[in-house]
Structure formats: structure tokens, C-alpha cells
Design a binder for this molecule. Sequence first.
Ligand code: ADP
Ligand code: MG
Length: 693
Amino acid sequence: MRPEILFPLFADVTTIGGLGEKSAKLLQNLGIGKVIDLIWHLPAGLIDRTYTPKLAEARTGVIATVKVRVVEHIAPARKAQPYKVLVEDDTDQMTISFFKAYPESIRKNLPVGEIRIVSGKIERFNNMLQMSHPDYIVKEDEAAQIAGIEPVYPLTAGISNKMLNKWIKQALLRLPHLPEWQDPKFLTAESFPDFYTAAELAHRPRRPGDLDPNAPERRRLAYDELLANQLALAIVRQKVKKQPGRELKGNGLLRKKTLDKLPFKLTEAQERVLKEIFADQAAPCRMLRLLQGDVGSGKTIVAFLSMLNAVECGAQAAIMAPTEILAKQHLETIAPLCEEIGIRCELLTGRTKGKKRVQILEDLASGKTDIIIGTHALFQENVVFKDLAYAVIDEQHRFGVHQRLNLSNKGNKADILVMTATPIPRTLVLTAYGDMEYSKIDQVPAGRKPVDTRVMPVEKIGEIVAALQRKIKDGARAYWVCPLVEESEKIDLAAAEERFESLKRYFGAEVGMVHGKMKEAEKDAVMERFKKGEIKLLVATTVIEVGVNVPEATIMVIEHAERFGLAQLHQLRGRIKRGYQASTCILLYSYPLSEHSRARLNIMKETEDGFRIAEEDLELRGGGEMLGTRQSGFAEFRLADLSVHKNLLLTASKDAKLIMELDPDLTSERGQALRTLLYLFERDNAVKTYLAG
Ligand code: ADP
Ligand code: MG
């Protein structure tokens, strides 16, 4: 249960006075739904209203707050002209102008003869001082309403800065004084204020420097968020690791047989990684390891060999893929090998139905099946193993391992290997997996040809189509990727469909299309036709990213390449990396192209090293945007920015580890406070699922 002290913060934003349903809906665009979200919405700028000159000495072009007397109202002669109000002080006069104004409300706010304080930018126009649409018009005794320095928040259409200021002030009033969860010595060393003060100060910037992500109050909040993230992961990891494991030490016969049958020798990287995995398997504690390697680096065979270790011990092994297509691909690789060495493997997905399903379940329960390949269908309650000792979770490009650790509950103290095809920088490994052991296959099998990558403006599309026509005539198959950017998905989809239609004119029935809005079965059907070669050119939104293997496809055109993250481009390009055959990737960009975007596209031309690309991507975009956050499953931070707070993340990771050593159930006084921290950052699951009391 969430601690009661946090209830006011987790109430809906509409509980804030003057904030109705309509505004609440608009606030969703800013990721704000609850009161706490208002507090996490930090200012991006500030307006200084402390400049209070006499009119005669007012500098133009800056915000000024001036005390004036209203002289007269000048209604516009024509509609297009502004409504003007002449004001003055002892030194000079100024015109306040309003476009598209309501005269009544202006007359009410600025009655002739009265004194008002107005705040806004003063300009000089035809030698006359002028202020259009003042931000504030208040009576003398209301001057306090004009905060000397006003925070400026990131906005969305329909929500003004004034509104946000008002609401956030109210949200801050609800902020309770929470027990301190950070180590006091650390706070002193870093000159961090307490949480309450930090939140308050972060919303009350005095100088531009206060907006710096490294200002103490902002760093404190970032650290809180990072610690919550690291602690939640550490809790999960600890619980898994603490369970006793089993010592998987097979006799190596199946592995040897397999290696003898393989038409290639393992790379050094594969050998090294296997050694690491075998050592984990042999150890008496639970294994939890991350295996990273680019598409084509040979992870599947590594996974398979480690599964054989379990089978040699007389136990079962499972490999779980995120999609049906991927599960089938694993089956295609693994089944022939199993047959050669005389063990049994089966495929179980949501679509395995009827008698077949019953039979597979029976064979799993009886132990007849040694290796099961599947999707999340493997989680279902009625799936029972005789003795699952080892589970490989192939995450491909998605993350969020803790949900999937459940698979190990089906097993008998099963060891777990999490596999990903996305090279992830160390910092992001930390945010997504915590301090998990990991292995890298950082080498591709020898003799592979690099992809010929070219960066071109979209104007060259005519030439490209002509070249594609020739290639396809010669039997090539190609992808044509159009991006979907979530904010304008409809427009993007329309653009992709339009491209499809125009390509049809050149390629007729040989061009097909898949996109994210299609049903699974429809997508599969199109993919199947592409695989068979009935379709030769496949127009796709990024759905192909989630992994599909068509060895004949050697060409990829990516439109609006500048809109993709580097890591994403890398994944896409991986689809045509065939190794022994030449392949071509054309990155099409549209103008305007910033220097920064050009630099990014050039990196793609320069290297195919996924780890380098991932690092560059992190440097250039900050972690949150890598892979497009929405689909990546990486922790999204609201206060921390990994391109700035990398060192804080490392500290938080160490801190979390130490906390777990000293107080694994978070029962001490600090432990209790840390539980509140976890709830505050909505890491409820870690507390509810893994901690007692
Ligand atoms: P990943 O799963 O990492 O994307 P795969 O395991 O599917 O990569 O391997 C890609 C291809 O490379 C497969 O056809 C596989 O048989 C082959 N392969 C794997 N290891 C080696 C190696 N050491 N030498 C040559 N080819 C290899
Ligand atoms: Mg073990």
C-alpha cells in the first residue's frame, strides 16, 4: 500500500482548485495527470519582473514592472487595429495596446484615472513607449501577485504559463515533509537540500543558473529519482539471486556433438561469453545474466549451447521470444540442431491450439520435451514443466526484465539468461537492468561484408527507384522504411501509404506494405509473402524492427532517416546485414537538416559497431530518447538527464547495492523512508512484489 502521507500527491490534478476537466485533458500532453506530476514539471526558464523603472528611464526590449495612471482609452477606428490605453507616470507616457480585445474587460481592468501596476515587455514605437498585452495588470495593493521572478514552464496548447504557475503553487502546498531517505553524510558532501526544500527551490529559480540541471536542488531531485530506479532494480535482483540455485554442470557431450556439426568455428567473443555463462550455471546460486550482441553476432547458438548444458543435466530449458515471428525463427535455427543430436524441441505460442497444444503441454510435463521455444504463452498457468532448469529470455529490442523473471517461477530454481540484440551503453544497462552481470559479444564472425551505407537527399528518389527496379529484376528483395513518429502518427501513416501507392506505379504487384496498425495475422501474411518472394519490395513502418529474418533482402531504403535514433537505424540496417552477400542501405533525408542530424547520419556511414553507435546516440540525444522512449521500455526519467547526471546514476547504483546489503528488506528507519521514495517515484511493484511487510 502506498503510504498515506503521499495520498494528496497522487490525487488527480482536477483536485487542484481552478483546474477543470478540460485543462486536465490538455495537461496530459505534458505527461501530467496527478498532482505529483505538476511537482515534477520543472521550469525551463524564468522571467525577471524585478526591474521597476520610471517610464522615462525604462530600457526597451526587456520585461519591466511599472506603476502607472490610466489617462484615456482609445478605441480602434478599424477592427484590425489594436485597442489602446494611454498611461503615464511622473516622467513619461506609454501606450498599452491590445489586439482582438474585449473592450469591457479592458475598461474594467484599466479604469481611467486609477493607478495600476503593469508588467510586460516595453518597446518603443514611433518614439512612443508601448507595451502590448501586459502579462499582469493589478491594483497597487495586489502588487504581491507579480512574483519578482517568475518561473517559465514547458507549455502545451491551451495551457498558459500563468495557469501552470498557479496550479504548481497549489501542488507545492500539498507537499508533505517526508522522512529523509538519503544518507545525511552524502547530502552534506553534495550540498543537497532536503527533498521538500529541493522541490520548492526547483520551482523558484532566482537566476538563470538555478535552471541548470546541476543546480543543487535539481541534482538532489535527479538523484532521488535515480536512486528509486536503482533501488527497485536492486530489490528484484537481490530476491532472484538470493534464492538458492542449482549447479548445472553437464557432461558436455551434447555440446560437443553440436559443435562438431556446426559448419563454423565459434568466434573468440562467443567462446568467452559461453565460459561466463557456464560458470554462472555451475555456481550454486541463481544465475541472472544479460547477454548483449548485435544482430548477427551469433547469440542464438550461444543460447542454444548453454541450454544444452541444462539438457545434459537431465533437465529442461526454455527460450522465450517477444513475438511469434521471432519464436518461429528460433525454432528454425534450433530444431535442425536438436534433430541432429537427438533431443526434442517444440514450439508453443498463443496460436498453438487444440490437440497439438494438449500434446505439447503433456510432453513438457512428462519431460519428453527437452527444449521449449515460445512466446509469453509460456507464462500461462497451465504450462507445467517436469524440471525447467534454465530459461533464456530473448528481449530483442524491448526491455523490462522483471515482469519476465516470473518465468523462472515455473522452473526448479531456474537460471536465467536475458538476451538483447540492442547494444546498450553501460549507463543504460544500469537504468534498465540495474547492476546485473552482463556479457557482450562484441565481434561478428569473420568474413562478413560491411553494408554499403549511403546518405542522400530525398530529391534523389527518382534515381533510387530506377536502381531498385534493376536490382529487383535481377532477383533482389528490398525494404522501404517510412518512419512513424507518434505525435503525428496519422499523418505519417498517410505519407507511408502514399509512398506505397506511388511505388506501386513502378513495381505493380511486387510491392507490399506492413504497418503497425495492421492486425498481427495480416502482418504475418504480408511478411510471409515477402519471405517467399511474391512481394519483392516491402514498404514498412518500423514494425520490421521487431525482428524478422528474410535472408534474401539485401537492400533497405529509409525515408526521413533524420527522424530516427541512431540505435534504431542500426537495428533497421541489421535486417539486411547478410554478411557474405553485398548489401546496401540508403538513408534518405529531407531538408532542413541540422548540422547535428547530418553528423548523426554520418556516424551511420562510418561504423557498424553497435556499441559505438549506442554510445554516440546516448551522447547526442540523452538516454531517454534512445530508440524512441515509448517503445524501448527504458526507464523514463522526469528529473534526471543521463547526458548530465551519468555520475549520479553510478553513485545511485552503488548506493542501492549498499542499501541492499545493509537492510535488504528496508525495515530500518532509513529503509522505511526509502520505501516512501519508491512509492513517490511509482516503483510500487518492487515494494509490493518483493518486500515483506
Ligand atoms: P543473432 O541471434 O545474434 O542475431 P544468430 O545467432 O542468428 O545471430 O547468427 C547469425 C548467423 O550467423 C546465423 O546464420 C549463424 O548460424 C551464424 N553464425 C553464428 N556464429 C557464427 C560463427 N562463429 N561463425 C560463422 N557464422 C556464425
Ligand atoms: Mg546456477
